[in-house]
Design a protein around this ligand. Structure first.
Ligand code: UFG
Length: 336
């Protein structure tokens, strides 16, 4: 199937592009490269343009002759969204409206949307299943939930068919080490722990040691980025085969604490991670763990990397290679 992949130069999108191509689909990336990396796009052509431009967006849908859309493009920092809600609602909500309008104009009726565990807000029960109350606590989470509502309403009256995938903590890099996580700034735990192990950060600050958890640090459900990518292929095949619209969680169902991640990183790298114990980060819930059996039941999706060590090891291979697209490109340019 020909699929337009918005945000296909970003961390999760770039892995999904490769998974789609490997399964015989024909992905075409649409990305403004504001946060993505051209070098991350392997196995697909790229159209550089902006979802905030209705013209760019309609042109991308038309020229790619897309039969479906996978919509990864969006801003994803919870903290940034608190300071710049206007930017988040414009990019994540208004940008998606442009996309949905262009899809309608060109009679593309199928979309897979990157949603997030942040739509649930602070958990009232664990693990979090899809029926958990939707009460996001940040503009980021609210912007993603607004899009889910738009999808649901357009499905009810305009015939759109969609799957929204609510990611828990995406982690790791492609097993062949060719693509990985390259955010600026990097705020996520696993890359920061590994950058500290590699000596590229002076230390790793543990954001709170007094949480109501067994070791006092926050617990998250880390899911390998290739498992996330695979779920998108299955979701696309599901809709192409006439399957129903849905919102599903993507996690492993297993929680790991910050201290467990650090211990795992020390084992994988064979290095000591320099640590500082800091205060809590505003907006962090103590525990986020998915109940992700629904997509397993309905699509037969199975996460293959259930072991934190395998996830961290794949992320470490990427950091050892250089961990930044610009750096890899410079090394290639210098003939190394
Ligand atoms: N953490 C540290 N030190 C750091 C960075 C993170 O201790 O330097 C801790 C955080 O406090 C948190 C855990 O590590 O407890 C994981 O933090 P991440 O920043 O890696 O991930 P989050 O759980 O904050 O964010 C994820 C997704 C978001 C989503 C959010 C929902 O990346 O897209 O979950 O709350 F919105």
């Amino acid at each position: 199937m020909r699929a337009l992949v918005t945000g296909g130069a970003g961390y999760i999108g770039s892995h999904a592009v490769r998974a789609l191509a490997a399964r015989g689909h024909e992905p075409v990336v649409f990305d403004n490269l504001s946060r993505g990396h051209r070098e991350a796009v392997i196995d697909a052509p790229i159209i550089v343009g902006d979802l905030l431009s209705p013209g760019d967006t309609a042109q991308a849908i038309a020229s790619s002759r897309a039969e479906a859309v996978l919509h990864f493009a969006g801003l994803t920092y919870v903290g940034e969204s608190v300071g710049h809600p206007d930017v988040y609602y414009r990019n994540n909500v208004a940008g998606t409206m442009n996309l949905l309008d262009a899809m309608r104009e060109h009679r593309v009726g199928t979309i897979i949307f990157s949603s997030t565990a942040a739509v649930y807000g602070d958990p009232v029960r664990l693990p979090i299943d899809e029926d958990h109350p939707l009460a996001p606590v940040s503009p980021y989470g609210r912007s993603k939930l607004m899009v889910e509502w738009m999808l649901r309403d357009r499905a009810a009256s305009l015939g759109l068919r969609y799957v929204a995938l609510r990611y828990f903590n995406a982690a790791g890099s492609s097993l062949d080490g060719r693509i990985g996580e390259d955010h600026e700034p990097e705020t996520h735990l696993i890359p920061r722990v590994l950058l500290a192990a590699a000596g590229e950060l002076p230390e790793l600050t543990i954001l709170g040691t007094d949480w109501d958890t067994p070791d006092g640090t926050c617990i998250r459900d880390y899911i390998h980025v290739e498992d996330l990518a695979e779920a998108h292929v299955l979701a696309l095949d599901h809709l192409a085969g006439g399957g129903r619209s849905a919102s599903w969680n993507l996690g492993t169902g297993k929680g790991c604490s910050v201290r467990e991640v650090i211990a795992c990183a020390e084992k994988v790298t064979g290095r000591k991670v320099p640590l500082v114990e800091g205060g809590r980060r505003a907006g962090d819930p103590a525990v986020l763990v998915a109940a992700a059996d629904r997509i397993q039941r309905e699509l037969g999706w199975r996460p293959r990397h259930l072991d934190l060590e395998a996830i961290v090891a794949s992320a470490w291979r990427w950091v050892e290679r250089g961990g930044r697209y610009a750096r890899l490109a410079a090394a290639r340019g210098a003939g190394r």
